[in-house]
Write a protein that binds this ligand. Structure first.
Ligand code: IMP
Ligand code: MG
Length: 177
């Protein structure tokens, strides 16, 4: 699997530093509060798991799985699979691997507000600003990536590579396999 990687963009050490920076920011901002972390499955898993180890305020966790209604083009509409957590009156921190077009997180944000969350903030490991198609920004960002398809640490290509401990770019030949 490691042979499929053309280059490593973000090393394990870099990810570690991002986790420490993000958790410091969140711990400061949520002092005295009890945030509800909601992870977007499946991409959030390694990131959310590692991030939570550094959170030192009382918090609860939940997960949602969404599927995009995409035909050829993503419409921005998403379908929530399974139950939606009770967010009423909660300070929600929405956690995802990457903010790209922004469609998924924008729609999740709208659903959370519609379901009476007290506040909603977005925490992503990576931001790909050049990919943005809708107006939304994250509140907590581990790092920026260029407009390239990246895999690892939760990010997949055809469901593979989520288990890589770093973030990398695939060799071109992988896409033609
Ligand atoms: P968007 O911001 O609605 O376009 O969707 C973000 C989702 O698209 C992320 O949660 C990822 O699952 C996926 N995604 C976006 N960019 C990448 C990438 O470079 N590699 C792998 N998945 C990506
Ligand atoms: Mg994803």
């Amino acid at each position: 699997m490691n042979n499929d990687i053309k280059k490593i963009l973000i090393s394990q050490e870099d990810i570690q530093k991002m986790l420490e920076k993000l958790s410091n920011e969140i711990n400061n901002d949520y002092k005295g509060k009890k945030p509800l972390f909601i992870g977007l499955l499946n991409g959030c898993v390694p990131f959310m798991c590692d991030l939570l180890k550094y959170i030192n305020v009382y918090c609860t966790t939940s997960y949602i799985k969404v599927s995009s209604y995409c035909g050829k083009e993503s419409t921005g509409k998403i379908n929530v699979l399974g139950s939606f957590p009770d967010v009423s009156g909660k300070d929600v921190i929405l956690v995802d691997d990457i903010l790209d077009t922004g469609r998924t997180l924008k729609e999740c944000m709208r659903l959370l507000i519609e379901n009476n969350a007290s506040s909603v903030k977005i925490c992503v490991l990576l931001d790909k600003p050049e990919g943005r198609k809708v107006d939304i920004e994250a509140d907590y960002i581990g790092g920026l990536v260029p407009n390239e398809f990246v895999v690892g640490y939760g990010l997949d290509y055809n469901e593979y590579y989520r288990n890589l401990p770093y973030i990398g770019v695939l060799k071109e030949e992988v896409y033609s396999k």
